[in-house]
Design a protein around this ligand. Structure first.
Ligand code: PAF
Length: 272
C-alpha cells in the first residue's frame, strides 16, 4: 500500500490506471463499517483507493472538529490489512485554498440532519466533489447509515453528470445491534446501554411493517414509546427521496432516528 499526501502524486498514479477504481472516502477512525466498504470495493475493483480527511467545511462552529477521533497509525494498518492500494491523506491546505467555489446543497439538505446542522451538507458535497475530481473513481462506496448524505451525493453525481457509480452499502452493527460509528467512543457505559434502544425500536418498527402495519404515525408512536426516556431529536419516516410519507412504501421507505447523548448525536436508520 502506498500512502499519498499530495494531489499531484495521486493524479500521476491515476492517469496510468486503466482499470476500475473503487473509492472509499472517510474521515478516519476506521471501524468495521468502513472495513465492510473497503472489502466490498476490494471484491469489485482492480484498484482500491481510500481517503482519510477530517473535512473542516462540514463541521459547524462549536462541533467536534478539534476533538474528532484521529487514529492515523491504526487506520494505516487497517488499510494495509484490507489490501488497499492507495491511501490518500491530504492536509487541509492541500484540499482548500483561500477562496473557494462553494457548493450549495439542494433544499432537502435543510431537513432532518440539515436542520440540526445547517450547511453541513454543503461542506460534505464540496469535499466529496473535490475528492471525486482527484480520484476519478469508477465506483464510490457509502454507508446507508448516513442515508441523507448518501441521497445527496447520489443526486450530485446525477445533476453534475459525473461518470461515477455510487454504491450504497449496508449498515454494520455491533453484536448487540448498535450501529457502528466513529463517534460511539464518546459514549459512557450507561449511554451505550441506552443507545441500544435505537436499533431495538427500528427492528420493532420493521417487524410491525412485516405484519402489515403501514401507518407511519402508528409506527412513529411505537418508536417514541420505546425511546420515551431518551433525548430524541427526531424520528422520521421518509421515502428514498427524503419526502415525509404517511403510508409505508415497501422498498422505498427509510425510518430514521437521531438521539442526543450529551454532546453526541447518534443516528440510526432502517431501509424498508
Ligand atoms: O461520511 C463521512 O465520513 C464524510 O462525510 C465524508 C463522506 C468522508 C466526507 O467528508
Amino acid at each position: 500500500m502506498k500512502i499519498l499526501k499530495t494531489i499531484e502524486e495521486l493524479q500521476d498514479i491515476r492517469k496510468n490506471i486503466n482499470s476500475n477504481v473503487g473509492f472509499i472516502p472517510t474521515m478516519g477512525a476506521l471501524h468495521d463499517g468502513h472495513i465492510s466498504l473497503i472489502k466490498k470495493a476490494r471484491l469489485e475493483n482492480e484498484i482500491v483507493i481510500v481517503s482519510i480527511f477530517v473535512n473542516p467545511t462540514q463541521f459547524l462552529p462549536g462541533e467536534d472538529l478539534n476533538t474528532y477521533p484521529r487514529k492515523d497509525e491504526a487506520d494505516k494498518k487497517i488499510c494495509e490489512l484490507c489490501k488497499v492500494d492507495y491511501l490518500f491523506m491530504p492536509e487541509i491546505s492541500t484540499m482548500y485554498s483561500e477562496e473557494e467555489i462553494l457548493i450549495k446543497a439542494p433544499n432537502k439538505s435543510y431537513i432532518l440532519e440539515g436542520l440540526a446542522r445547517p450547511g453541513h451538507f454543503d461542506g460534505v458535497l464540496q469535499v466529496v466533489l473535490k475528492l471525486f475530481g482527484i480520484v476519478q473513481p469508477t465506483n464510490a462506496y457509502f454507508g446507508k447509515k448516513d442515508a441523507q448524505q448518501l441521497s445527496l451525493i447520489t443526486q450530485m453525481v446525477k445533476n453534475l453528470f459525473l461518470p461515477i457509480n455510487i454504491i450504497p452499502c449496508e449498515i454494520v452493527r455491533e453484536n448487540d445491534g448498535l450501529a457502528m460509528s466513529s463517534r460511539n467512543v464518546y459514549l459512557s457505559n450507561e449511554q451505550r446501554a441506552d443507545a441500544l434502544l435505537l436499533s431495538k425500536s427500528l427492528y420493532l418498527a420493521a417487524s410491525l411493517v412485516a405484519k402489515n402495519e403501514r401507518d407511519t404515525s402508528i409506527l412513529t408512536n411505537k418508536i417514541s414509546e420505546i425511546m420515551k426516556n431518551l433525548d430524541v431529536e427526531y424520528i422520521a419516516i421518509v421515502d428514498r427521496e427524503f419526502n415525509e410519507i404517511k403510508t409505508i412504501e415497501l422498498n422505498n421507505t427509510i425510518i430514521l432516528i437521531v438521539v442526543r447523548f450529551g454532546q453526541t448525536r447518534l443516528l440510526d436508520n432502517i431501509w424498508i
